[in-house]
Design a protein around this ligand. Structure first.
Ligand code: TIU
Length: 224
């Protein structure tokens, strides 16, 4: 297999280097995606996120078949909530908030059923899982160290939600010197207008934060 391949993307082709790339799947957690979870409890339309499951499943299968590094993140907090900023806890003025009993265990608490990754995309043995207390995957985690140790310079980013944890992570990655390729069918927002704008903000101004493509483009390149 060639080591560098051009992936059709916007604003221009992304030169994927198989020696220096990783797949980063953001927060595909039960509480955000499953009917009856925290996301739906807040009144969100989880079908907007669930359409990303099958493209992510196909992409992850192709990525694993190519023996490339896949990583997963989960947003959540320690059971004693010492890593939960009080401002995050009270934001939204919801009757039920992070740390409280929710439909799938305590909301966004590590170790609870709702905090875990959906079965369709469950991490395989050896695939690093980054537990993050914030929206960005770099804040207060060892993600940057792990990527540096492996010589990773490019991230293919998927997951949820497009304008929150995906965008925050791409911006953090950009400032740390990584090139990010975001796959539009593999990222989702509860709000269609934020899905569209969240992607536009990444690829605007010559790719100010990164590139946007789709899963078929990557899968086809890996198969070539
Ligand atoms: N993972 C992620 O995006 N966390 C959020 O809280 N997203 C919302 O859209 N609320």
């Amino acid at each position: 297999m060639r080591k560098t391949m051009d992936i059709p993307a916007e604003p221009y082709a992304f030169a994927l280097n198989l020696r220096q790339c990783a797949l980063l799947i953001i927060d595909m957690q039960r509480d955000f995606l499953e009917p009856g979870g925290f996301g739906e409890m807040l009144g969100n339309d989880v079908s907007q996120l669930r359409r990303t499951i099958e493209p992510n499943r196909r992409l992850l299968a192709a990525w694993r078949a190519a023996r490339l590094l896949a990583m997963h993140t989960r947003e959540g907090h320690r059971p004693d909530l010492v890593d939960l900023p009080p401002a995050k806890k009270i934001r939204g003025r919801s009757a039920t908030c992070i740390g409280d009993a929710g439909p799938m265990g305590r909301i966004l608490v590590r170790g609870e059923p709702g905090h875990d990754i959906i079965s369709e995309l469950y991490p395989a043995s050896g695939e690093p899982v980054i537990d993050k207390p914030g929206k960005g995957a770099f804040w207060a985690t060892d993600l940057h160290a792990i990527l540096q140790h492996r010589g990773i310079k490019q991230l293919v980013v998927t997951g949820v939600t497009t304008e929150v944890c995906v965008n925050t992570t791409v911006r953090e990655a950009n400032d740390r010197g990584y090139d990010c390729l975001v796959l539009e069918d593999c990222v989702g927002s509860y709000f269609p207008e934020f899905q569209a704008t969240g992607l536009k903000m990444i690829k605007a101004q010559g790719g100010i934060f990164g590139w946007v493509s789709n899963s078929d483009a990557v899968i086809e390149a890996l198969a070539a």
